[in-house]
Design a protein around this ligand. Structure first.
Ligand SMILES: [Zn+2]
Length: 249
């Protein structure tokens, strides 16, 4: 087996390994996004609940205060009967009047606070709903990841062993170039040489479309042990058997 064939064998296995790993990584990424969004919603829910509790507490204080004033008004009403002079009577009446105004004021504020509490309560409810939906999605994502990891684990192990064997067949330098190129191109390590025009000796890289010097084509046609990279995308080039045979004629 020539160098290009060995590279292609490694490429095939390497692509499959990467493909399976990518599937698992995509699931991991999706789960991470769910976890992050759930955490955000949990915080949002806690904050909204805190605001609601605070508003409820201040409404409670307001109502206590109002009831105290009202009690004082009721007490003054009884006192009116025991007033002996008209001066006393009108003094009590004046105090009652000003306290009643205060009670009215408190009632208005309490009404506004109650409306605000209603808004907060419905906001807490809708955030809780979103949080619960996200919780379901997160649980499903976790389940999918576990399932996917389990599904590919045997095949992945097998392919990784095959990859090791294929890699061991290659000269160190070629393997180094392969690994470097693979990482640079997300696993799309090799590219086929495509013929544009034989008469004009026009050939391009099948991946990035860069025109290749004819010398590259000659090297690949004559010498299978020569590793040639595309000048544009650095991918390792190969020529299909059919074209190679046609050019060798
Ligand atoms: Zn290229």
């Amino acid at each position: 087996m020539g160098l290009t064939d060995q590279l292609q064998t490694l490429y095939r296995v390497d692509s499959q390994v990467r493909g399976l790993r990518t599937r698992v990584e995509n699931s991991e990424r999706y789960l991470k996004a769910q976890v992050r969004q759930l955490a955000e919603l949990t915080t949002e829910h806690q904050e909204a609940e805190l605001r609601l509790r605070q508003s409820e507490a201040s409404l409670g204080n307001l109502e206590t205060e109002r009831d105290t004033i009202q009690a004082r008004v009721d007490k003054l009403r009884d006192e009116l009967n025991s007033c002996t002079t008209s001066k006393q009577y009108s003094a009590v009446q004046d105090e009652m009047k000003s306290l009643k105004e205060k009670v009215d004021e408190q009632d208005t504020i309490a009404l506004e606070a109650m409306e605000e509490i209603e808004v907060l309560r419905s906001s807490v409810g809708s955030i809780a709903e979103k949080r619960n939906e996200r919780q379901t999605l997160q649980a499903k994502a976790k389940e999918d990841l576990d399932q996917r990891t389990h599904d590919v684990s045997d095949r992945l192990e097998e392919l990784e062993r095959e990859r090791e064997v294929a890699a061991a067949m290659l000269p160190d330098k070629a393997l180094e170039v392969f690994n470097y190129t693979a990482n640079m191109n997300d696993g799309e390590t090799m590219a086929e040489v495509l013929e544009v025009n034989r008469k004009h000796r026009e050939y391009v890289c099948g991946e990035c479309n860069m025109e290749l010097p004819f010398n590259t084509v000659v090297l690949l046609t004559n010498n299978t042990d020569h590793l040639v990279q595309c000048v544009g995308c650095q991918r390792i080039l190969f020529i299909a058997e059919e074209l190679k045979t046609a050019l060798a004629k």
